[in-house]
Design a binder for this molecule. Structure first.
Ligand code: SAH
Ligand code: AVI
Length: 344
């Protein structure tokens, strides 16, 4: 086992458990100039106690949730994954030009299938000089993708970080010559203001000559959008309900997912898909963390995800707030998805 440069980066085979991760969070709280990191329990409690109940969408991604998301990416209705992949395939050579000694930092790396498209065009000699730094909350996705990457691209050094990229972005190593990759339009899962703040923060971290590749799902016909989040096989519904299993594990609640209904719709004004879980009957939920039982009335919803869609205005706004320049904007024939190559 090799542990590189600092306690928070794990290279080549190190496995971190959730408990260790939590302890590291506490350590991070103590040592990173008082950066306040909320525990998972606190985050879930805050959501369930709010007037409009919500659960932060990062809690979709336990083992089961990560696997369900992979199934979503293969659905006919869910166009964003295959569309972004087709853009990456078409422009991989261009995107990876001069990649010698590069450090590819991927936020929300998931199954690593998108970075693989870029790695595929790199000769072994270049791969040997490169590092891949995936950062993801999902331990299972991280473990699986690490072994897949090893098999396919053994020459590259993989330095995975299991962490929340919002709260713990400071854990990204300060390697030379980094390209930050933020695919899948995962930035759309943040509220508009939070997205702008986060991109501004990334802009501060990015040094002269370094780049950001940002995938954005664009505003389009409402029927196309709503279909993508209401698939016929009901995989998105299972993905949505699974968040209650995660809450049960973390907070010891006794939610019964089968008494909730999946509801996903496009809000024209906010230009976003909202996903909710609608209670199908009155219920009382218990948890050792609650001072009083939680009452949920029939029809009440738990808001589980926002998926904001973008326009060219947002591409420019992100450039302005991050002080990055747009090198190129790549898109598909329908202009449904964009991949912007930003540079400082
Ligand atoms: N980039 C991949 C996966 C997108 S799914 C793709 O485009 O297909 C979103 C991924 O981000 C999941 O793997 C999830 O575990 C991770 N994720 C979501 N919120 C996160 C957060 N706050 N911090 C770190 N990872 C997060
Ligand atoms: C990861 N994220 C960008 C996906 C999205 O489309 O917002 C998550 C997802 N939710 C339902 N389907 C897919």
């Amino acid at each position: 086992m090799v542990q590189r440069s600092s306690q928070s980066n794990y290279c080549r085979g190190t496995v971190i458990t959730r408990t260790m991760e939590r302890n590291l969070n506490m350590l991070a709280y103590d040592t990173f100039q008082g950066i306040a990191i909320k525990t998972e329990e606190e985050e879930i409690l805050a959501g369930l106690m709010a007037a409009q109940k919500y659960l932060p969408c990062k809690f979709f991604y336990d083992d089961a949730g990560s696997k369900l998301f992979e199934q979503i990416t293969r659905l006919e209705e869910y166009y964003p994954s295959r569309t972004e992949k087709s853009i990456l395939k078409r422009h991989a050579e261009e995107l990876m030009k001069g990649a010698e000694g590069v450090s590819l930092v991927e936020l929300g790396s998931g199954d690593c299938s998108k970075i693989s498209i870029l790695l595929q065009v790199l000769p072994r000699a270049i791969l040997k000089t490169s590092t891949y730094v995936p950062i993801d909350v999902s331990m299972s996705a991280m473990k699986e993708s690490r072994s897949k990457l090893r098999e396919r691209f053994g020459a590259i050094e993989v330095c995975g970080i299991v962490a929340d990229f919002i709260q713990q972005i400071h854990r990204v190593p300060k390697h030379e010559n980094r390209i930050f990759c933020f695919f899948g339009s995962t930035i759309g899962n943040l509220d508009r203001q939070d997205a702008v703040r986060f991109i501004a923060k990334l802009g501060k971290m990015i040094r002269t000559g370094e780049r950001l590749l940002l995938g954005l799902d664009m505003v389009k016909d409402k029927t196309v959008l709503e279909r993508a989040y209401n698939d016929e096989k009901g995989i998105t519904e299972r993905f949505n309900k699974n968040i209650l299993n995660v809450a049960n594990k973390i907070l010891g609640t006794d939610f019964e997912p089968e008494y909730f209904r999946h509801h996903a719709f496009f809000d024209d004004e906010k230009q976003r898909i909202e996903m909710h879980l609608v209670a199908m009957r009155n219920m009382v939920v218990k948890s050792p963390f609650f001072e009083e039982d939680l009452e949920i009335a029939k029809g009440q919803t738990i808001h589980t995800e926002n998926s904001h869609k973008f326009t060219s205005h947002h591409i420019d706004e992100f450039a302005a707030v991050s002080k990055l320049s747009v090198r190129a904007v790549y898109t598909d024939i329908n202009r449904w998805f964009t991949l912007t190559d930003y540079i400082k």
